[in-house]
Design a protein around this ligand. Structure first.
Ligand SMILES: [Zn+2]
Length: 303
């Protein structure tokens, strides 16, 4: 039996060094702390998505504490429940979180899934199917460049993904190779392979429907109308971004679902700030509404 790889936070995450980077980090931390102190708590209903990447071997305690604290702020729901609320098929009558992790890292399987199962928290893992299927250098090296972790990290195997499903975790798609889809607008074949192909890979390997997708990188500049159309046509029901915006049932697109990024090492007050909707800009004041218009235009053209 091969020994379990030990993946720690310090070895696994690139932390830019140098005076400018340190000052930027401190300034961001101070701004977030100040904003969190000024934030008013609201007891009103909300639905909010939270997205991370890893729970390294030295982060189990931090992650479990985070999950327990988040559960005091709201109830975790599945992707199906989220879509029911977003599409008006279920009322938004409580405080709800949807939890997901991108990139399919094995640290989530080792450290995250047992804690989620113990606390009965549903979650979705968005995986890069080509990297699960093969560790050939021609697949693995571009993925490592794209994801930019501090060391070569292990990803979940199909067997582990099957076992995670049995523990209550949903498996979604994150493209085959972690590609920035907005750069593939002129390459329809590649776009299809990354989007529809990833869905096919997952369904063939796991034998269960793959309903949800997460945009690699996830910011507004990584998302475009042609890719939204390809995601819809592939048969996905939802696509998650990393845009911090409010979810308004009946208005927010289910193909650019806002999601708040967090990781287990972040100070609780910062995670709490985002979990309470910090930095959410109204739809009409940023490019999010433009994207939704682009989605509508593409859908009309596609019919
Ligand atoms: Zn990713």
């Amino acid at each position: 039996m091969r020994p379990q790889p030990v993946e720690t936070l310090a070895a696994s995450v690139n932390r830019p060094e140098g005076v400018a980077a340190i000052l930027r980090r401190r300034a961001r931390g101070a701004i977030l702390t100040g904003a969190s102190l000024l934030q008013r708590s609201s007891s009103g209903p909300f639905v909010r998505c939270l997205g991370g990447h890893y729970v390294f071997d030295d982060q189990r305690h931090d992650f479990e504490r985070l999950i327990v604290r988040l559960r005091n702020l709201g109830e975790f729901i599945t992707t199906g429940d989220l879509l029911d609320i977003m599409q008006g098929q279920a009322p938004l009558d409580g405080r709800y979180f949807h939890l997901s992790f991108d990139d399919g890292l094995a640290s989530i399987w080792r450290n995250g899934v047992p804690i989620l199962a113990e606390h009965e928290v549903p979650a979705t893992l968005f995986i890069n199917s080509a990297v699960v299927s093969s560790d050939a250098a021609c697949i693995r090296e571009p993925w490592e460049r794209a994801t930019n972790y501090g060391q070569s990290l292990s990803v979940m195997s199909w067997d582990q993904l099957r076992a995670a499903q049995s523990a209550g975790v949903e498996v979604g798609a994150h493209t085959r190779s972690h590609t920035r889809l907005s750069e593939l607008s002129s390459d329809q074949e590649r776009l299809q392979s990354e989007i529809a192909g990833c869905k096919r890979d997952i369904e063939d390997a796991l034998g269960t429907p793959c309903r949800a997708f997460a945009w690699p990188y996830g910011t507004l500049r990584d998302i475009d109308g042609k890719a939204i159309l390809a995601i819809r046509n592939a048969g996905y029901e939802a696509a998650f971004s990393l845009v911090r915006a409010p979810i308004e049932p009946g208005h927010t697109s289910t193909f650019v679902i806002p999601r708040h990024h967090f990781e287990p090492q972040w100070p609780w007050r910062h995670v709490k700030f985002f979990a309470r909707g910090g930095m959410e800009r109204p739809l009409d004041s940023n490019r999010y509404s433009l994207l939704m218009n682009k989605e509508l235009i593409c859908t009309d053209e596609g019919r």
